[in-house]
Design a protein around this ligand. Structure first.
Ligand code: ATP
Ligand code: LTN
Length: 337
C-alpha cells in the first residue's frame, strides 16, 4: 500500500538479551510514537550483530527476543512494518554498492568504530565492524527514509548516509532520498546511573549503572535508589554541574510526562532520596507490564514469526524496487528471466 506519509526507518541490534533504558528512551519510544504519523519501517539488525562474535543459537533467540520487546514496547504490526534484516537480502546487496562508494579514510573517521574496536583490541576487530556504518547507510537508503529515529551516538552514521546518498545521486543520477536524524534533545543520550558522564550502554564496565528492562523489578528499583548523584542536596536540572540528578530528572520526566520544571518544584526542599524512591516506583510500574508482555510474545513463537514474515514481505517490496533502480544506475546488466 502506497502511503503519502513521510517515511521513517530504524534498527536495533539483537546483541544483548534485554533492551536497556537508553535504547528505549533514546530510540524505541520514538518508534512507537512515529508509527502513528509516519510510514514506519523498523528492523532487528542481525547482520549488524555478527560484526562481533555471536553464538548461533543465542543470536537466533536474541533476534526473537528483540522483536518481542519491540512489540511489548508498543509497536503494532498493523501500523508499522517490523522485520528482521537478514530476511531482506537487498540490505547486503546495496551495502556492497555503498562500500564501493566510500573512501577508506571516510570510514576510518567513524567514532563508533574507533570506540568499539578499541574495546576488543584493534587487531581483533573485523572488517565487518569497520564497514558496519556503510551497511547502515544501505539500510536507510533502501527505504528512501525521510527520518531516522536514533540516539545521539548514531548521528555521525546518519551524516555519512546523507554524504553517500548525495555522492551517488550526483554521480549516477537522482536515486536516493536524503534522510535526517530524528534525535530528541531530552533523551538522545541517557547516562549510566553509576557514571553519569558516560552513555548508558550494554557494554558498561559494571552492570550497576545499567537499567535492563527485563531485569527483576526489584533489581531495577535497587539500581535507581543507588544512582550516583552529587554532594549537594538540591534537586535541580543542571547537566554541567549535576549530571546524575539531571539524568534522573530526564528519565522521570519522559516516563511520566511531568515537565522538568514541575519535578524541580515537586522536590523543592526534599532530598535526593525522595526523588530516587519515587523514580524507582515509576520504573517498576513501567517495567512490570513490559516484562509480562514480552514473555507473552515469547510464549507464542508462531505468532511472532508470522508477524516477522509479513513484515519481511512488505519490506522486501520496497527494498527490491530501490535496489533495482540503484543497480540500473550503477550500470549492472539486467538479469533476463
Ligand atoms: P550500546 O551502547 O548499549 O551497545 P548500541 O548503540 O550499540 O547500544 P543498539 O542496541 O542497536 O546498539 O542501539 C539501539 C538504539 O538505542 C540506537 O538508536 C542507539 O542510538 C540507542 N541508544 C543506545 N544507548 C543509548 C543511550 N544511552 N541513550 C540514548 N540512546 C541510546
Ligand atoms: N547502527 C545502529 C543500528 C542500526 C540502525 C540502522 C539504526 C543498523 N541499521 C538503520 C538506524 C537506521 C546501532 O548500533 N544502534
Amino acid at each position: 500500500m502506497a502511503s503519502d506519509r513521510p517515511r521513517v526507518l530504524s534498527g536495533i541490534q539483537p546483541t544483548a538479551g534485554s533492551f536497556h533504558l537508553g535504547n528505549y528512551l533514546g530510540a524505541v519510544r520514538q518508534w512507537v510514537a512515529l508509527q502513528e504519523t509516519h510510514d514506519a519501517f523498523y528492523m532487528v539488525v542481525d547482520l549488524h550483530a555478527i560484526t562481533v562474535p555471536q553464538d548461533p543459537a543465542q543470536l537466533r533467540a536474541n533476534t526473537r527476543l528483540a522483536a518481542a520487546q519491540l512489540l511489548a514496547a508498543g509497536l503494532d504490526p498493523d501500523r508499522c512494518t517490523l522485520f528482521v534484516q537478514s530476511h531482506v537480502p537487498e540490505h547486503a546487496q546495496l551495502g556492497w554498492v555503498m562500500n564501493c562508494l566510500t573512501g577508506f579514510g571516510e570510514a576510518s573517521r567513524m567514532t563508533q568504530f574507533k570506540d568499539k574496536s578499541a574495546k576488543q583490541g584493534a587487531e581483533r576487530a573485523t572488517v565487518g565492524l569497520f564497514t558496519y556504518p556503510i551497511l547502515q547507510v544501505a539500510d536507510i537508503l533502501l527505504y528512501q527514509a525521510n527520518q531516522v529515529p536514533v540516539g545521539e551516538d548514531q548521528r555521525q552514521h546518519i551524516e555519512l548516509t546523507r554524504d553517500l546518498a548525495e555522492r551517488f545521486n550526483t554521480r549516477l543520477g537522482q536515486t536516493f532520498t536524503l534522510p535526517e536524524a530524528y534525535i530528541l534533545k531530552e533523551t538522545g543520550k541517557i547516562y549510566d546511573l553509576q557514571d553519569p558522564t558516560a552513555k548508558m550502554s550494554k557494554s558498561a564496565s559494571s552492570p550497576k549503572g545499567l537499567i535492563n528492562l527485563l531485569d527483576e523489578p526489584r533489581t531495577t528499583a535497587k539500581k535507581v535508589k543507588s544512582a550516583v548523584t552529587d554532594t549537594d542536596t538540591v534537586v535541580r536540572y543542571d547537566v554541567e554541574n549535576k549530571p546524575g540528578v539531571s539524568n534522573l530528572l530526564s528519565i522521570y520526566s519522559t516516563l511520566t510526562g511531568e515537565t522538568i520544571a514541575e519535578l524541580e518544584k515537586k522536590y523543592e526542599g526534599k532530598l535526593y532520596g525522595a526523588l530516587k524512591g519515587d523514580l524507582a516506583d515509576v520504573m517498576v510500574e513501567f517495567v512490570t507490564p513490559f516484562r509480562s508482555r514480552t514473555q507473552a510474545y515469547l510464549d507464542d513463537p508462531e505468532t511472532l514469526d508470522s508477524i516477522l514474515a509479513k513484515g519481511a514481505e512488505k519490506a522486501r517490496a520496497v527494498a527490491a524496487e530501490t535496489l533495482a533502480l540503484a543497480y540500473d544506475r550503477v550500470g549492472f546488466l539486467p538479469a533476463k528471466h
